[in-house]
Design a protein around this ligand. Structure first.
Ligand code: NAD
Ligand code: TDX
Length: 339
């Protein structure tokens, strides 16, 4: 099979490339990425020399470029990870989120329509459902929960989901969607909670917890997200939507305390800062559909997954140093100074 992975130099995209190389040794993978601040070729360093992997630099919003690479390679699957993915950035500059996450998806789908055998998989997020109250742990998102996005990021992802479903219904686009909860694992850019806190703790910098630290996220190891996408794209009916989640709900402050404990750092490093605008309270996923229909299950629980992940960042300090130099320093100062 020939598989186009967009956003291949990002966090989940690069993990997905490794997942495919390991689990489908006859597949040929083309990794596409425009290399924004979040895209990093270092994430793919163990794939770049692999005989079944080719990297192509380019933009999913560039129609001619997309036309050319679809002509050049005869894809069986297109898996769309390419996105602007950080909620905080979307509250400062929404425009690029609309362009990449909505228009980019549309350009990929228009091209897929020319090749009906291609299965298009859209990597979406649980954030399209909005949030759940903190005092109702019994409530979970199901695939039928109405879309109710809160941030420009999640609204752009919800818009893309609706376009995928519209293309499926109107043009019979051969497509599936997955909506996953928060991922953690190797190669996550340190603007996101877990790698940011690990990086700050390692350099004895303050750990900026938004609000009271009581917002809840459902954490899933990136490996388990990759195995879910792989199952959905190959085995499900066109038009299907699947939730993916690990039943690992944690308050942010619990996650931060876990990190400090494993790194043997003081809790005095924690500082409570002004809350995120429109901050979603809680995400909780019902993943029964993918478990029952496709037999998916998670390999990691949060305790062993977070331990292994913290060790990965400790063993890859050079990666962490490289990703937090240069432009990252400006970003960090803009987002966190005097907050
Ligand atoms: P990321 O920001 O680490 O990676 C995104 C990648 O897309 C980067 O490599 C970037 O260079 C690339 N990209 C951006 N614009 C592009 C364009 N116009 N053309 C080509 N490439 C472009 O994000 P991530 O955390 O790996 O998320 C990947 C996908 O998974 C996103 O669609 C996101 O919405 C979704 N998702 C993420 C999570 C999570 O917890 N991180 C959870 C659920 C869903
Ligand atoms: O410095 C911080 N302090 C803090 O308290 C950061 C960066 C985050 N937080 C909080 C905000 C959230 O409640 O931690 C929680 C997690 O924040 P993020 O890592 O930014 O993730 P989140 O906003 O939950 O979105 C993530 O999960 C769904 C991904 O970034 C999205 O791409 C994905 O769709």
């Amino acid at each position: 099979m020939k598989i186009l992975v967009t956003g291949a130099a990002g966090f989940i995209g690069s993990n997905f490339v490794y997942y495919l190389l390991e689990n489908h040794q006859n597949d040929e993978i083309i990794g596409l990425d425009v290399l924004t601040y979040a895209g990093n070729l270092e994430n793919l360093k163990n794939a770049l020399n692999h005989k079944n992997f080719t990297f192509v630099k380019g933009d999913i919003c560039d129609k001619e470029f997309i036309e050319d690479i679809f002509k050049k390679y005869d894809f069986d699957y297109v898996v769309n990870f390419a996105a602007e993915s950080h909620v905080d950035r979307s509250t400062k500059d929404p425009g690029i989120f609309l362009k990449t996450n909505i228009i980019g998806t549309q350009i990929l789908m228009d091209e897929c329509l020319k090749y009906p055998k291609i299965r298009f998989h859209q990597v979406s997020t649980d954030e399209v459902y909005g949030d759940l109250p903190l005092d109702r742990p019994d409530l979970l998102f199901s695939e039928d929960t109405p879309l109710h996005a809160s941030s420009p990021y999640s609204a752009s992802k919800a818009a893309a989901d609706l376009m995928v479903l519209a293309y499926h219904r109107t043009f019979k686009l051969n497509a599936t969607i997955s909506r996953c909860s928060n991922n953690y694992g190797p190669y996550q850019f340190p603007e996101k909670l877990i790698p940011l806190m690990i990086n700050n703790a390692l350099s004895n910098k303050k750990l900026p917890v938004y609000g009271k630290g009581i917002n809840v996220r459902d954490w899933l190891h990136v490996y388990d997200h990759c195995s879910a996408i792989d199952l959905i794209m190959r085995n499900s009916v066109s038009g299907s939507v699947y939730n993916v989640g690990g039943n690992n709900e944690r308050k942010n402050i619990e996650v931060v305390l876990t990190i400090l404990k494993q790194l043997n750092k003081s809790e005095d490093l924690i500082t409570y800062v002004t809350d995120r605008k429109g901050h979603d309270l809680r995400y909780g996923i019902n993943a029964d559909k993918i478990k029952n229909e496709l037999g998916w299950s998670a390999k990691y629980n949060f305790e062993n997954g977070i331990k292994e992940t913290i060790n990965w960042y400790l063993e890859n300090k050079e990666w962490l140093e490289n990703t937090t130099s240069g432009e990252y320093i400006n970003y960090y100062n803009k987002m966190y100074n005097n907050r």
